[in-house]
Design a protein around this ligand. Structure first.
Ligand SMILES: C[S@@+](CC[C@H](N)C(=O)[O-])C[C@H]1O[C@@H](n2cnc3c(N)ncnc32)[C@H](O)[C@@H]1O
Length: 390
């Protein structure tokens, strides 16, 4: 077995967001995106792997599928693992580790499977095996078919590399980017987050408007591979001047530390001239000048905020403020369930898919342009009386 020149590349994302990630891959001209559970498969070569890591916002990992074979015994796995031309991909001096999973297969002992492949790599190539290695080979044995992939990203891709300060409950950048996409954000609308925490939505939106690649400030595991072409990578990833944009981005939060954090993060991301952060309670919020844009909010869910009553007060303040002062704006709220969303009284459409975010199920509730209080709302029933526009 030798290294293929055109192979399958799998971009991992949160289950439920696969089709939004596929839309991003189509927009960024990747070849033949195909939805699978937990991600999207494309076809390409190593430069496509590098570009996917650099440019795709919605993925958490990029896996290069380097080999696939049928296997029913550990001894057969040992033999077939030795047929792969590891020297074409791995360096003998770079430590590596193997992670295996087994499902519906005669080989059911994942640790033993990983050890067989590690031994094959070590004996064939001499590469050190280290459980803490930056470079990971994944072996998925599913229905007696073993797929070997290289984790080409290393650290999860939501770590953009320019965030120094993180709030208590930050939204992962790749999730934030996909939620913005689900809101129809394309870099031309104003985006405002009145509970901005560390500034994730505002910074992602501003970077998209400025045409900045999400991976421009970080390293990737593929840089450790034998086939890595540093010169080609330097050309592909050369720093680009931000695109001129007249659009502005706004974040506010009641917490002064959150505002400091957002400002620092925006500076490090190089988009501080496009973003404005203000310490403010949501109830005191007003729309910035200019055309209506998108309000996106990831309010507290409950685990960290005292009582249910306090939580309802926060959601009710969001609804009252937006309904009365944000005519023409579209609103997206990411929260845990219908009951909290309903407290806002906002005219939500059918909610988005349920997403697992660090063990908590969340989903996007979104509206069309908010009316002036005279139009009929659609979607979920609203409790209480409609407020008139302010
Ligand atoms: C879940 S965190 C948002 C995290 C943010 N999306 C991020 O990625 O860092 C919720 C934020 O809402 C803020 N907050 C809570 N109640 C508020 C209120 N009444 N007005 C303004 N901000 C509030 C908190 O200070 C916190 O930063």
């Amino acid at each position: 077995m030798t290294e293929p020149t055109d192979f399958e590349i799998f971009l991992v994302t949160h289950p439920g967001l696969e089709s939004t990630l596929r839309d991003e891959l189509v927009e960024k001209r990747f070849s033949a995106p195909k939805i699978e559970a937990g991600g999207v498969a494309i076809r390409g070569d190593w430069p496509d792997v590098w570009r996917a890591n650099l440019e795709i916002r919605g993925a958490s990992k990029v896996l290069a599928r380097i080999s696939q074979f049928r296997v029913v015994h550990l001894s057969q796995l040992d033999k077939l693992s030795r047929r792969f031309d590891w020297a074409s991909i791995l360096r003998e001096t770079v430590p590596v580790r193997v992670q295996a999973t087994c499902k519906g297969s005669k080989i059911y002992h994942a640790k033993a499977a990983a050890q067989r492949i590690e031994t094959a790599i070590h004996e064939m190539l001499g590469a050190p095996i280290d459980p803490d290695a930056e470079l990971t080979i994944r072996a998925r044995i599913d229905d007696n078919i073993c797929t070997l992939s290289i984790d080409t990203s290393g650290e999860l891709l939501h770590k953009r590399g320019h965030k120094s300060a993180v709030a208590k409950a930050p939204m992962r950048e790749n999730l934030a980017a996909l939620f913005l996409r689900q809101m129809g954000y394309d870099g031309t609308q104003t985006v405002l987050d009145p509970m901005c925490g560390s500034g994730t939505f505002v910074i992602e939106a501003a970077e998209i408007a400025a045409g900045l690649a999400p991976g421009r400030s970080r390293d990737f595991a593929f840089e450790l591979l034998a086939n890595f072409d540093d010169k080609a990578w330097q050309t592909l990833s050369a720093p680009r001047e931000p695109t001129e944009t007249a659009v502005r981005f706004y974040g506010s939060d009641r917490n002064a530390a959150a505002i400091d954090m957002s400002q620092t993060n925006a500076q490090r991301a190089g988009i501080d001239s496009l973003a404005q952060f203000t310490r403010q309670q949501v109830k005191d919020l007003g729309p910035p000048e200019g055309s209506p844009g998108i309000v996106i909010i990831n309010p507290p869910y409950g685990a960290r905020i005292g009582s249910k009553k306090q939580l309802h007060e926060v959601y009710s303040a969001i609804g009252q403020t937006l309904m009365s002062r944000f005519v023409g704006w579209r609103v997206g709220i990411i929260t845990t369930g219908n009951s909290l969303a309903r407290v806002t009284g906002l005219p939500f459409r059918k909610p988005g898919p349920v997403i697992d975010h660090g063990g908590i199920s969340i989903r996007l509730f979104s509206t069309g342009p908010l009316g002036d209080g005279t139009t009929q709302r659609t979607g979920h029933r609203r409790r209480g009386r409609r407020r008139s526009a302010g």
